[in-house]
Design a protein around this ligand. Structure first.
Ligand SMILES: Nc1nc2c(ncn2[C@@H]2O[C@H](COP(=O)(O)OP(=O)(O)OP(=O)(O)O)[C@@H](O)[C@H]2O)c(=O)[nH]1
Ligand SMILES: [Mg+2]
Length: 718
């Protein structure tokens, strides 16, 4: 493939709900672009895009796939993205490095939750959007209903460029109101006959053409003026208006195809070649310093790695975008994030797992290289003299977690290596070796996400793993003040131990004053805070340690030991062994022994006095509460709300957004274990959700009692 100039390159992400036909469309584009001689199918597992064994196994895309097609002296870099919400990370990466989103909509089902979610990403990233209504050859395809849903959801910026003369098995003609021609295909699809619009369609075509002219004119003052003067625009002027409308997200053109029949694909590529912005016509990218980095091919090189795969026989393949300059084979670059020196041994233009070697790639272009030493997704490689870093990709929060374990203990280390490798490939994997829960917690986007990971580890790496219920990171705290004292005494045989600690505990809130006196069972305890330590806890909250010892009843050199004893109990709370937080401890008295008092004695005395006081202070368990946002079609609202209420959820509100209902709730993490599965079964996969940690809240009494019993039983079992 020839080296394309920056102003000849267009980067386009294929997004949309799962099953809409993105991979099938990619196959047809590659075929029409002359990259492949025969079209494969998802069913036969022989497409260019779904080449990973797990994708063939499950019959849907799991990873994004990059492919380039040359069309009318332009280079179209396309990225076929998985539609399932579980693999959203791949689509988010792709949208971040491309300049136009081609949203594939299934003509049978119209606007789906996948469409809504993906559109939201384009909104956040301010990417131009073209809607492509696919599967028009399907019996229950309904173009008009789909178009109406798009208009109801995204307003009158949705402007059709084409409409099918018929849909269903007989689909073979389409009216293009930009070209004002009818396109007609033979059953094998491909190259269309371009005919004049038949009389039967003239009026409708005229009407839609005028609507398109008006919509195109609206995006440019000069065009608007011309439109008012002449009442129409030339095709080139319409294109200019469409391009400006696209870039400004002032227009969302609608195109129609049947990807599996390869009808409309060539016209689509022509439309992309003529109308979507090239990289230099698109908004510049910002580096981490917030500086705009325009794609200048003459500048020094900066490339940004947005995707990494590990492929058989070749190892790590790093996919990158040239953010600046022109990268050449043999160039030495510095990894700005990890400091490694990297040589670009080979440069490739790719089509799935097929790689074509090239000598250089200009700013804005997308390519791949292999065998880099220490480069992960998200890293920036720079030539000497530039120090750009790019970290603009914001991945969605995790929403499904499981504990993971190698079936054979001996495989644990290998399993960790594989998990880290997978995280390098897909940054939406979060792997945490939790000291607190004594589990390896794997967080991802959903059950499918984890299922594919398991399939790959077991089939590709031959390591058996199992998923376990992840423990909940509960917390403990107290709800009232209490006093306790404890004498630790060991004076039989060997070195003696003696330490006695008297202390008061109370719930701590930021900024609360220090009282001078406490009263327990009618007895007063005067406090003279001689020294206060506020200790932020790594697991959240604080421990405040107050030295109110008077008269030297405990030597200050033993206070660190007392604090150590208390901290040991904060790490393993008295109720269920969970981290404790937000407690103030006032050590106000004690006793020493001239010989036997030592650090261990006061560590133990402090620890046990604290445990006793903690238990008498209305101890409570706190649980993590998450903000959950569910996007769903209105007909499922009742069932989804009922299900959430069954999960101790507090419904916080509802609102409609673009044809979909949004349900907001606060839900305990404990109740969210299998939420993605049950939501999918309640709504037939037509809803999605996000979840974000909100705060810790007291658990209800019945839940606390149950947790205490479970902990006791566990203690007895150990
Ligand atoms: N009849 C018909 N079937 C189609 C068309 N496009 C796709 N399909 C079928 O729809 C199913 C899903 O197609 P894919 O191309 O895998 O859809 P996708 O959008 O890539 O799905 P994900 O990878 O899960 O996001 C497959 O069985 C395809 O054969 C079409 O235009 N007409
Ligand atoms: Mg796919």
């Amino acid at each position: 493939m020839k080296v394309y100039q920056t102003n000849e390159i267009k980067n386009i992400a294929l997004i949309g709900s799962s099953g809409a036909g993105k991979t099938t469309l990619s196959e047809a584009m590659l075929y029409e672009g002359g990259v492949i001689k025969r079209r494969g199918t998802v069913e036969n597992g022989n497409t260019v895009s779904d080449y990973f064994p797990v994708e063939k196994e499950y019959g849907y895309s799991v990873f994004s796939t990059i492919f380039s097609v040359e069309w009318n002296d332009k280079k179209l870099n396309l990225i076929d993205c998985p539609g399932s919400d579980d693999f959203a990370g791949a689509a988010v990466s792709a949208l971040n490095v491309t300049d136009t989103a081609l949203m594939v909509v299934n003509g049978q089902y119209g606007v789906e939750v996948g469409t809504i979610n993906m559109f939201r990403y384009t909104e956040t990233l301010k990417k131009p959007v073209i809607f492509l209504i696919n599967q028009l050859d399907k019996e229950n395809a309904d173009y008009d209903r789909t178009l109406l849903q798009l208009k109801e959801t995204y307003g009158n910026k949705v402007v059709p460029i084409q409409y099918p003369v018929q849909t269903g098995q007989d689909f073979h003609q389409m009216i293009d109101v930009l070209k004002m021609k009818m396109y007609q295909w033979k059953p094998e699809g491909g190259v269309p006959e371009i005919l004049d619009i038949p009389a039967s369609e003239k009026d409708k075509a005229e009407e839609w053409h005028n609507a398109l002219v008006e919509a195109a004119a609206e995006n440019d003052e000069n065009l608007m003026e011309k439109f008012f003067d002449q009442g129409s625009l030339s095709e080139d002027e319409m294109r200019e208006g469409i391009r400006k409308g696209l870039i400004a997200r002032g227009m969302f053109p609608v195109i129609c195809v049947s990807a599996s029949k390869d009808m409309g694909v060539r016209r689509l590529m022509e439309f992309l070649g003529n109308n979507v912005p090239t990289v230099n016509e698109s908004a510049p990218y910002k580096n981490t310093e917030g500086k705009d980095i325009a794609p200048d091919p003459k500048a020094l090189t900066s490339i940004f790695v947005f995707k990494t795969t590990v492929e058989p026989h070749i190892g790590r393949v790093s996919y990158f975008k040239v953010m600046l300059g022109t990268v050449k084979t043999g160039e030495d670059l510095l990894n700005e994030d990890r400091g490694s020196k990297e040589r670009i041994a080979q440069l490739f233009v790719v089509a799935g797992q097929n790689r074509m070697e090239v000598s250089e790639l200009q700013a804005g272009d997308i390519g791949a290289t292999v065998k880099l030493k220490d480069v992960n997704t998200g890293n920036t490689l720079n030539a000497k003299g530039v120090d750009n870093r790019f970290d603009f990709i914001k991945y969605p929060n995790s929403k499904y977690r499981r504990a993971i374990k190698a079936v054979n203990e001996a495989d644990s280390e290998k399993m960790m290596e594989i998990l880290n490798r997978m995280r390098a490939e897909d940054p939406t994997w979060v792997v945490e070796q939790s000291k607190e829960l004594k589990q390896i917690i794997l967080s991802g986007q959903g059950e499918f996400h984890l299922k594919t990971l398991k399939w790959r580890i077991e089939n590709n790496d031959k390591v058996l793993i199992e998923f376990l219920e992840p423990k909940i990171p509960y917390r403990e705290t107290i709800t009232k003040s209490a006093r306790a004292d404890y004498r630790h005494k060991k004076q039989s045989g060997g070195a003696g131990q003696f330490g006695e600690v008297h202390l008061i505990v109370e719930p701590y809130q930021e900024g609360m004053p220090m009282p001078e006196m406490y009263k327990f069972n009618g007895q007063e305890f005067k406090i003279q805070a001689r020294d206060t330590q506020e200790i932020p806890l790594e697991w959240g909250g604080k421990l405040v340690f107050v030295n109110s010892i008077v008269g030297g009843s405990i030597d200050t050199r033993f206070l660190p030991a007392i604090l150590k004893g208390i901290m040991g109990r904060m790490e393993q709370g008295p109720l269920t062994g969970s981290y404790a937080r937000d407690v103030r401890v006032i050590v106000y008295d004690g006793k020493m022994h001239p010989v036997d008092s030592n650090e261990i004695s006061f560590m133990l005395a402090g620890r046990n006095a604290f445990s006793e006081a903690f238990r008498n202070a209305g101890p409570k368990i706190l649980e993590p509460i998450y903000d959950v946002e569910v996007s769903l079609p209105s007909e499922y609202m009742g069932d989804v709300m009922g299900d959430l209420q069954g999960r101790r959820a507090m419904i916080m509100g509802m609102n409609s957004e673009k044809g979909y209902e949004k349900l907001l709730a606060k839900v305990p993490l404990k109740e969210m274990g299998n939420y993605s599965t049950s939501l999918s079964s309640i709504t037939g996969g037509r809803a999605s959700f996000t979840m974000k940690f909100n705060a810790y809240e007291l658990v209800p009494t019945d839940v606390q009692d149950k947790l205490l019993k479970e902990y006791e039983a566990q203690q007895e079992a150990e």
